[in-house]
Structures are given as C-alpha cells and as structure tokens.
Design a protein around this ligand. Structure first.
Ligand code: GKR
Ligand code: MG
Length: 448
C-alpha cells in the first residue's frame, strides 16, 4: 500500500468522526411562550386571548441551531424538560434513538393516567400521545439542524419532495368580535355568528390567501344553523370543497341527518360523532366520507377504525402522531387501506407550518388540502412569515426548515408567559367561555 493510500484510509474515518462530532447535540433550549389567539368558538367554549406553545432549540457541537415547535401546556413542558436534559451527546441522525430516549426519560405527567384520560378536541390524551407530541417537536429541531449542517432541506432528509406546493384550506370559525370582558386585543375580523358572517369570513380568506376549499368548525350552534351556514358557503362558492367539523358534538342520528342535508356539497364530514363505534354507524349509513382527528390519532387506534370502515379520511398531525417520519408511516398505512389523508391543525406558528409543509411535500397520497390555523395567528417567532399564494405554500428548498428564529419576538412572547398569572399557560376554552357566561361547562356529548 502506498503512503498516499494509507493516509486516505486514516483520514476518511477521522473526517467522518469530526463530522459526526459536529452533528452531535451540545445544548438544548426550551422556551415556553404565549401567543395571541382570537376569540374562536368551538363546542368546548372559546379560545383564550393567549395560548401556549413551546419552542425547542437544539445547538450542535458544530454550532448549528435547529428549531422545533409543539404544544406548550404544562403537561408538555413537564415531559420536554427531562428529554432536553438527556439529549446532549445525541447524534442528529439518531431519530429512532430519540423516541427510545423519550420513552426512558419522560415519566407520564402527574395529571394524566398512563392509559386514557378525558377526551378533548384532539381525541383521547394518553401518556404515550403526550410524549409523542413532545418527541415530534424535538425531531423537527434535529432535522432542521441536520438539514442546515448538510445544506439540505428537511424534505430531502425525508426522502424528497413529490410536489413543489402544498395546498391549504381556509379554516373558518364562528367567532366573537372580542374576547369576553374586553381581554386581549380586538382584531379587524369582527364577529361571525351566522351564515352571513361565515360567508364574509370565507370571502376574506379567499381574497387574502386564495384558499379554494373551506372548513367550518362546528358544534357551536344547533346543527340546523350550521347546515344553513354550509349551504350559504355552497351558494357563495359553487363547486368548492366544503367540510364541517363539530368535534364529535352530535349523536349518530343528528350526524346522519346533517349528512343527508349536505350530501351534495360536503367534501367530507369531520368527527360528527365521538368514538369509533359511532363513526362506524354513521359511515355505514351515509355516502358522505367521514374524516377524523379525534378517533384515529395514534397507531393503535387504526386497526379497529379501518377494519370497521369508520373513517374514510385521517387528518394527520405530526405533533401528536410523533413527528414527520411517523406522519409518513401513517400515510403508508392509509395508502395500504385505501383511506384518504389530510392534515389537521391546531393553533401553531411558522416553525410548525414549515414542518407540516415539508412532510406534506413528501407524501404522495396527500389527497386533500391541509388545515391550518396560521392566518389566525398574528404573532410569530420566525423572521419571515409564510405567505399563501392561491391557497398554497411553496415548498422551501433552503437548508433545514428554511425558517429563521426571530429572537426578539421569542423573548417578548416568553416574557408574556413569565408574566402570566397561570390562567393561560394551559389551554382552557371552557374557562374562557365562563368570562361571558359564568355558568358555562364543557357540554356533555352528544350535545345535539
Ligand atoms: O382550535 O378550536 C380549535 C379546534 O377545535 C382545534 O382545537 C381542533 O383540535 O382544529 C382541531 C380540529 O380539527 O378538531
Ligand atoms: Mg377536527
């Protein structure tokens, strides 16, 4: 062996070791924040003026910072802290190891039983699901850092994009003009409490962002009023895909009546009734496709729902499914069973929207425009907000997620979290509603 060959043999592993060391996590920063949220109504109540999010930063030994975002309520922070403490020394590429590490270090939060706690707007909250929601924020931060250190966009790390644009849908809400008792800042949207208000809101969404499909958050008013609102949308936007989502507030009978009334205009009906059994009953008796982000929210829930034909569309959400790769796995299962795929959204900022867009770009069977709350969020922690054109976002080819943290904005929103007296650090739509109606309780289901 010549001198040059032997040098190459020792240099290559050395270069690899150096690259690997540079791609190792050196520090993790967790920043809980409170962001402004408008008075949007749902079947539980109304959004509070501020809502929590958690921003995760991982800094590598090579000095690269990756960012992630997830839910910021106390029970998520309690899980994120031990994972952040255990992460230094972890390789960015070891995403499988991240899940294993989280399973080891994240004890179930005190207020959630290891099995199943009360249902919410996003289905049951198991300890596993809470942990996965935290893991997903870290996975996104690791992928962002890895992409930045390699000069590759996150979609390339996920196998490559199959589309250059991702379509989003207008997320319409019944809403108040202002938060009860004058809390928070009023905005320019005004109230939307009837079909005219809903159509005016939809028009503004269509004119400003170009959205071509519309979802109305229902379960707020008696079903016949919500049917009238969907009818008004159908008349104002003929032929456009329409969806209605009462978050499981209806009985099987009511769900079937709404399905009959709106069969000619609905793209799908989302979680009309709570639980796989009820969804299966409704699905068996209507041709309107049923979508869910409530009864199929984890892998163990898939088998029963799919074999019973309870859902025709799953709304994936990388936060609670456990990350971007888990979303791809879910997509593969849906493809296998001929079940459609769309994307759910909860109040989120630009980091999560970037993550959603990257993974959505890699999924061949993304059959529907994705939900997003983003237009309702006027604050952000990234320097350049995302802009929708013709209802879609262009898929970024910049390294990582393609977003840059706005440190000043992050610090200000964190200060708001520090200053909060504890009332908004945990989302509580029923408590917010009690400011307007002191007797309000989260309604029992079925509500209608
Ligand atoms: O933000 O009020 C809301 C929504 O109801 C949200 O919490 C749901 O999780 O958007 C979600 C949904 O589609 O059910
Ligand atoms: Mg939903």
């Amino acid at each position: 062996m010549g001198e040059r060959d032997s040098h190459m043999q020792t240099a290559a592993p050395a270069a690899h070791a150096r690259a690997e060391a540079a791609q190792t996590v050196a520090e993790v920063r967790l920043t809980p924040i409170l962001i402004a949220d408008p008075p949007l109504l749902n079947t539980h109540g109304v959004h509070q003026p501020h809502t929590p999010r958690l921003i995760i930063e991982v800094v590598t030994a090579g000095g690269t910072t990756g960012v992630g975002e997830t839910y910021g309520d106390t029970r998520y922070l309690e899980l994120a802290a031990p994972l952040a403490a255990a992460l230094p020394g972890h390789r960015l590429t070891d995403l499988n190891g991240l899940s294993a590490l989280a399973a080891r270090v994240c004890a179930p939060p005190a207020q959630t039983s290891a099995s199943v706690a009360a249902g919410g707007l996003r289905g049951v909250q198991t300890a596993d699901k809470l942990r996965l929601s935290v893991v997903s924020g870290f996975e996104v931060a690791l992928l962002d850092a890895l992409g930045k250190s390699l000069g590759l966009p996150v979609h390339a790390l996920l196998g490559g994009k199959v589309r250059d644009r991702v379509d989003y849908s207008a997320y319409l809400f019944y809403r108040l003009a202002e938060h009860p008792q004058g809390q928070g800042e009023p905005d320019a949207w005004g109230a939307a409490l009837d079909p005219d208000g809903v159509v005016a809101q939809a028009r503004r969404f269509a004119d400003t962002y170009g959205f071509g499909s519309f979802k109305l958050k229902g379960g707020v008013f008696p079903p016949e009023e919500e049917v009238a609102a969907i009818r008004a949308l159908a008349a104002a936007f003929p032929g456009r895909p329409l969806r209605l989502d009462p978050n499981g507030a209806w009985s099987v009978e009511t769900s079937l009546k709404v399905a009959r009334d709106l069969a000619d205009v609905l793209e799908y009906l989302e979680d009309p009734v709570g639980g796989t059994g009820g969804m299966a009953e409704v699905a068996a008796a209507t041709g309107v496709p049923l979508a869910t982000n409530m009864c199929v929210t984890t892998f163990p829930e898939i088998a029963e729902a799919f074999t019973r034909g309870a859902v025709q569309v799953v709304l994936s959400d990388h936060h609670y499914w456990g990350g971007l790769r888990a979303t791809q796995h879910l997509a593969a299962v849906c493809r296998t069973f001929g079940v459609g795929l769309s994307m759910h959204s909860n109040t989120h900022l630009g980091i999560s929207l970037a993550a959603m867009t990257h993974v959505a770009a890699t999924v061949p069977n993304l059959d529907y425009a994705c939900d997003t709350h983003y237009p309702w969020q006027t604050e952000d922690v990234i320097t350049r907000r995302h802009t929708f054109h013709d209802g879609a976002l262009a898929v970024s080819d910049l390294p990582g997620l393609g977003v840059e943290l706005d440190r000043e904005a992050l610090a200000a929103l964190h200060q708001r979290w520090l200053d909060d007296d504890g009332t908004m650090r945990d989302r509580d739509d029923a408590a917010a509603m009690r400011k307007a109606d002191p007797d309000w309780q989260t309604p029992a289901v079925p509500r209608w």
